[in-house]
Design a binder for this molecule. Structure first.
Ligand code: HEM
Length: 242
């Protein structure tokens, strides 16, 4: 594989390391991956999406109408659903601002994707060294970002209570279709996201405790770990010089 120019490599490193990422010595050593604010932001976003999926399905088909009972009946569900959508939009926007840089695609993602068979069979040795996120995680991130944008825009178009007078019936029909379509895709992406978090052992604690073991980082995000090690070395050299 051809080496990336020095400037590109430096830029990638700057994006990969986020505020708060750090190695903590101990037995076993752990690596901070998410601070409490990002985690709270993530779990609130997750709660919003699950609530939206359940209330949305309840409104979507008569066979699932019984689910409106969870929200105090049909009328309440109809009133409640769009507001949770607004909450999801702002909550995800806050997550987006913090994470987009580390999710920018790079050349390693292409190599990782071209070896997807090895990813599925857990043949990690055949994969390139990965930064903070792999191409699969980046796909989830950008997929969710785009779909949440589609959902909020189409959701506003079909929000009868406040916006019906501003939009034509034809636009509302198209928006309703696009809204349902985007909802199905985001639910599928969410299922894949949760499956991957459980399937790759040791991942869940990144979002529950905020840290991962150094072993997990070495195995799945070696480039990120190596960069943190070199930052730590630079830091201790600087401290020694002062
Ligand atoms: C109950 C459901 C969920 C579980 C169990 C879960 C679990 C996780 C875990 C363990 C991570 C850390 C992965 C890592 O750092 O390697 C993570 C990251 C993340 N999750 Fe979730 N999650 C859930 C729902 C959601 C939802 C609904 C969204 C968005 C609508 C979301 C968006 C994200 C994003 C953006 C990241 C950071 C990864 C990246 O930026 O590429 N998650 N999640």
């Amino acid at each position: 594989m051809t080496q990336a120019p020095e400037g590109d490599r430096r830029l990638e490193k700057e994006r990969m390391i986020q505020p708060g990422d750090a190695i903590r010595p101990g037995h076993p050593p752990t690596v901070s991956r998410y601070g409490p604010l990002v985690r709270a932001n993530h779990w609130f976003t997750a709660l919003c999406l699950i609530t939206l999926a359940v209330s949305g399905m309840a409104l979507f088909t008569p066979s699932l109408y019984f689910l409106t009972g969870l929200f105090g009946g049909g009328q309440n569900t109809r009133a409640f659903h769009p507001w949770v959508g607004v909450a999801l939009f702002f909550s995800f926007a806050a997550l987006f601002v913090q994470l987009w840089r580390a999710n920018l695609p790079n050349k390693t993602d292409v190599v990782w994707l071209s070896r997807f068979k090895d990813v599925l069979s857990g043949n990690e040795d055949a994969l390139p060294e990965i930064g903070k996120y792999n191409a699969g995680q980046k796909f989830v991130f950008w997929g969710m970002s785009g779909l949440i944008l589609v959902l909020i825009v189409t959701g506003i178009v079909i929000w009868q209570e406040y916006f019906a007078v501003y939009t034509a019936i034809e636009a509302q029909r198209v928006a309703a279709l696009a809204h349902a379509f985007a909802a199905v895709i985001i639910i599928l992406i969410w299922i894949a996201h949760v499956y991957a978090s459980i399937w790759i052992q040791g991942t869940m604690r990144a979002m529950t405790r905020g840290s991962v073991t150094a072993g997990w980082a070495y195995r799945h995000h070696r480039k990120w770990l190596k960069e943190l090690v070199s930052l730590r070395r630079k830091g201790s050299r600087q401290n020694a010089a002062e």
